[in-house]
Design a protein around this ligand. Structure first.
Ligand code: IPT
Length: 971
């Protein structure tokens, strides 16, 4: 029996570790012996079940829940997946036993040997050759164990890692994500000299001052005489801090088993670090023996920057920076919680390209490589400790049995990540109420690292204006814009207001993002926030057997869509009865990292270059960055005219400091004819950057130079054909135009309660009854009633023959009872074969009334099959805002055109609203051969009501009379 089991450490919150080395910031990854790969593996049903069954194999790092075992992923948000109260775990408790042989290099003789396990969830027990070595908890930080004396250089040792899935720690790892079990980050073995660097703390300020504090130990206990340190920054030697040494001696702080020394430098004309220009220096620290030989070396990338709070502003290098953040979880559709360096890099590169400058590591520390990449690519990081006790938050926040775990998790994160310039704020965790355990952890941080603010939503939410809680920042989640503005204007604000979560990205969402930012930019005291969240956590699943595909699944998805026979699984799809459904699919990217249209909205909101029209004489450009000019950008002017022309001209970006504006002359003489005119500045990267090749689009700011001309279409002498029900008969229409008030509910519509109203009002199945059909010199006027269950809509359609087609004038009168509908508009279906949509309006990507700031007006062309956005749970999708006219055509250029009276919301898809509403997953949808076309007089905003505020009142569809008209022609 494994002696480590005797204490039942999985039900003992006081035990956070045993035999584990202190956390530190010395990077041991280079020169280590990697132990990743296939390990022998057994899955036990409980931690104390005997090991002795057949071994299979499991890939490390990886979760067994995605590697062919019967213990499958389970998704819950707040509630725990088992009923036991903290600190207890359920009797059925899958426990993975991993084992492998390790050949300890012969040249490690005489060295100190350390095993590092990158992360294991949720309790790790370590044995070597059957002997107990240690225990660790915290599923998202590494654990190190000294094996010196247990293994021999040149010999083979057997390492066994036992991982218990459910524990006392699960109750404080109750984050809103999939539950998994396994070893999620790399395992390695490394060796040092007995005399070694125990820790290195780097402080590098905006003024160019560098201070490096080192701790030195010797495996033998007492330090040898005469050790000393040297260091270099970009090849320049650092100085010893003699005063520090003297003070240590004078104060009798010098110990014979803990050495401390400090190196100093002042860098003249320092290149400072910020998220826009992430300048880094290379630091090397060397520990020498008395004879001058090097015992240990540690390398760091150093960024010189300051973070401080002054009044209610968070300043980076003295600047009140906007925080354009996102919440990022560790996620991969094939490997669950294990992410490679390439995955991390791809995440951050994508975020950079879409204007994000900040990451909250929701809700636990990321892989060490995440912070290296954030330093290098330029992100502000809120580093969050692995504490979320959501289901039992109140009980745990003050429970002294968990006190050690809180301080342990927060302090180990700080010890590991303190040298990263990207980390600007420490977070005590998420959704864990507020108690003494938080104050204890905050106290530890304030003493250990006074250079960074702390935030904790659970504390600050009690009173945004408090000054004596564990949070230096008011960091609410999903606060309405009005509340934030009101607080900033109240005169009561005491600290920066940066939302830790806002704009919930579930399904077709992120409505009013631009309104949020208009308020943030206009209101001193507001500085931004972190969108919830980056990923849709859909796991790639084989439909035939309901299993996760796992590591071999690359290539089984493309462009956000799983290949036939596969789908993106969400809660409930693995047969689990306790789950929270599609709430796990709430990111701005699909499970394969394909950006959702909301990303383009964000990109434009974050645009470094803004333009405004100055009368008809010129354009005013603004540098909307904090630290740099425009030299990394290049641009082209584009003039889109309603008559179909698009003119281009090279643009000269003026030299502007951050915040400065300059006027430039209009790049085009506006043609007299041509109608409505829009001027766009297409801005791209001027050179290759670490996150984007040259020519990558950065933003497309736009101004309107001229409004539309009114066009009168004269009636012609012809008859419009209608059937006995007064429905238009047309050779290109498979289903005649009727009134539509409904859309396939979005996740926001469902969870916000609107979809329930719509169903109870009967809007999803209106019954049309024709009241009268009158014909007057070729023009047909049709009165109809559309009955729901609680109200009737009167509708009139006047069909007038015009040159080449028919003009349709419509009017609908909604009763007061229908005071919040999805849309008021027309729906019709075309014959098959019209597969290309070309339009003049906003695009090219999907946009909606409250999410249209990132879709410039222009001439766009997209195949019908590519218009649709495959949100994981099918819903309203594929809309385009501000459409003036469009054509739907076959390859031989035949087809139809529609001209709208004024810019309208239009969608063209292969699905009726009821097709979408009836499906739970994308693979269930059967495309119709023709196109389903919606033209809306009014379309409800998207909002974010699945978690947070609904759309603003101005984006609602009011009852009463709506009028719209459109002209249908054959091409
Ligand atoms: C908030 C959580 O912090 C986050 O993890 C996620 O669950 C998000 O909501 C919704 O997707 S908590 C919620 C009660 C506001």
């Amino acid at each position: 029996m494994n002696p480590l089991l005797a204490l039942r450490p999985w039900e003992t919150p006081e035990v956070t570790s045993w035999g584990r080395l202190p956390m530190n910031a010395v990077d041991r990854r280079s020169g280590a012996l990697p132990l990743d790969g296939d390990w022998r593996f057994q899955l036990l049903s409980t931690p104390d079940a005997p090991v002795g069954g057949a071994w299979s194999s499991s890939y490390v790092p990886g979760v067994w829940t995605m590697q062919g075992t019967d213990d499958l992923p389970q998704y819950t948000n707040v509630r725990m997946p088992f009923p036991e109260f903290p600190p207890h775990s359920p009797p059925a408790n899958p426990t993975g036993v991993y084992e492998r042989e390790v050949d300890v290099p012969a040249d490690w003789a005489g060295r100190r040997i350390v095993l590092q396990v990158g992360a294991a969830e949720s309790v790790l027990l370590v044995q070597v050759d059957g002997r107990p070595v240690g225990i660790s908890k915290d599923s998202h930080l590494a654990a190190e164990f000294e094996l010196t004396g247990l293994v021999r250089a040149g010999a083979r040792a057997t390492v066994r890692l036992t991982v218990v899935k459910w524990s006392d720690a699960s109750h404080i790892e109750d984050q809103d994500q999939w539950w998994h079990g396994g070893i999620t980050r790399s395992v390695l073995l490394y060796a040092t000299d007995p005399l070694h660097l125990a820790d290195v703390t780097v402080r590098a300020g905006y003024g160019g001052d560098l201070r490096v504090d080192c701790r030195v130990r010797d495996a033998g206990g007492a330090l040898p005489e005469g050790w000393y340190l040297t260091g270099e920054l970009d090849g320049q030697p650092l100085a010893q801090d003699a005063e520090f040494d003297r003070a240590n001696v004078d104060d009798e702080r010098v110990s014979d088993f803990l050495g401390e020394a400090r190196l100093l430098a002042t860098v003249a004309e320092v290149r400072t670090w910020n998220a826009e220009t992430p300048e880094l220096y290379d630091l090397t620290v060397r520990l020498h023996r008395a004879d001058g030989t090097v015992a240990d070396t540690s390398r760091h990338r150093v960024g010189f920057r300051d973070v401080e709070i002054v009044g209610r502003d968070l300043l980076v290098n003295g600047e009140r920076v906007f925080i354009r953040g996102v919440n990022r979880h560790d996620f991969h559709p094939l490997t669950g919680r294990t992410v490679s360096y390439d995955d991390l890099r791809a995440d951050l590169v994508l975020l950079k390209r879409f204007g994000f400058n900040a990451i909250r590591t929701s809700h636990y520390p990321g892989d060490p490589a995440l912070y290296d990449l954030a330093d290098e690519l330029g992100f502000y990081v809120v580093d969050e400790a692995d504490i979320e006790s959501h289901d039992h938050a109140h009980e745990i926040a003050d429970d002294p049995r968990y006190l050690n775990a809180f301080v342990d998790r927060v302090s180990r994160m700080v010890l590991r990540d303190k040298n990263h310039p990207s980390v600007i704020i420490w977070s005590l965790g998420n959704e864990s109420d507020y108690g003494a355990n938080h104050d204890a952890a905050a106290g530890w941080v304030r003493r250990h690292d006074p250079t960074r603010p702390i935030q904790y939503e659970g504390a600050a939410k009690l009173d945004w204006a408090a000054t004596d809680d564990a949070s230096d920042i008011a960091c609410p989640m999903y606060a309405p814009i009005e509340d934030c503005v009101a607080h900033a204007l109240s005169g009561e604000q005491t600290r920066p207001l940066i939302q830790c979560e806002y704009s919930h990205a579930m399904g077709n969402s992120n409505g009013t993002l631009a309104d949020h930012w208009a308020a943030i930019e206009a209101t001193p005291g507001l500085q931004g926030g972190f969108i919830w969240e980056f990923w849709d956590h859909g796991i790639l699943q084989r439909v035939s057997d309901g299993r996760p595909v796992g590591r071999g699944g690359a290539g089984l998805y493309d462009n956000g869509v799983a290949a036939p026979g596969y789908r993106w699984a969400y809660g409930g799809d693995f047969g689990e009865t306790i789950h929270d459904g599609a709430f796990i699919a709430d990111g701005v990217v699909f499970p394969d990292r394909t950006p959702k249209p909301a990303m383009y909205e964000h990109r434009e909101i974050a645009a470094p270059v803004r333009i405004e029209a100055y009368r008809h004489e010129g354009i005013v450009l603004t540098n909307h960055q904090h630290f740099r000019g425009f030299d990394w950008l290049t641009a082209v002017w584009e003039l889109s005219l309603a008559d179909g022309r698009t003119l281009t001209a090279p643009a000269e970006l003026p030299e502007l400091c951050p915040g400065e504006t300059a006027a430039v002359p209009l790049p085009f003489a506006l043609p007299e004819d041509g109608g409505e005119a829009w001027l766009t500045l297409r801005v791209t990267t001027a050179q290759d950057l670490p996150w984007a090749p040259r020519g990558t689009e950065v933003c497309v700011p736009q101004v309107r130079l001229r409004g539309p001309a009114t066009v009168q279409v004269a009636p012609v002498d012809r008859r419009v054909e209608v059937d006995g029900e007064g429905l238009l008969v047309h050779p290109l229409l498979a289903v005649a135009p009727t009134l539509s008030l409904w859309r396939a509910p979005t996740d926001n519509d469902e969870l916000g309660g609107m979809a329930g109203h719509w169903r109870s009002w009967g809007l999803d199945a209106l019954v049309r009854k024709v009241v009268s059909v009158r014909e007057d010199s070729g023009r047909v006027s049709v009165e109809a009633e559309y009955a729901g269950t609680t109200g009737v809509v009167r509708h009139r359609q006047v069909l007038t023959p015009v040159e080449g087609g028919v003009r349709v004038d419509e009017e609908a009168e909604l009763p007061e009872a229908f005071d919040d509908v999805a849309r008021v508009g027309t729906v019709f279906e075309t014959v098959a074969g019209l597969d290309l949509l070309e339009w003049f309006g906003q695009g090219p990507w999907e946009s909606y009334p409250d999410r249209s700031a990132g879709a410039p007006v222009g001439h766009h062309s997209v195949p019908v099959d590519e218009l649709f956005t495959p949100y994981l749970r099918p819903q309203e999708s594929g809309g385009r805002h501000g459409v003036r006219r469009f054509t739907l055509s076959a390859p031989d250029a035949t087809g139809l055109s529609v001209a709208l009276d004024t810019p309208r919301q239009v969608s063209v898809t292969r699905y009726r609203a009821e097709d979408l509403a009836a499906a739970d997953h994308h693979d269930e949808l059967v495309p119709r051969p023709g196109c389903v076309v919606h033209l809306d007089a009014a379309h409800r905003g998207l909002g974010t009501a699945s978690c947070g505020p609904d759309t603003s009142p101005s984006y609602l569809v009011a009852p009463g009379i709506h009028r719209w008209s459109w002209t249908l022609r054959v091409l």
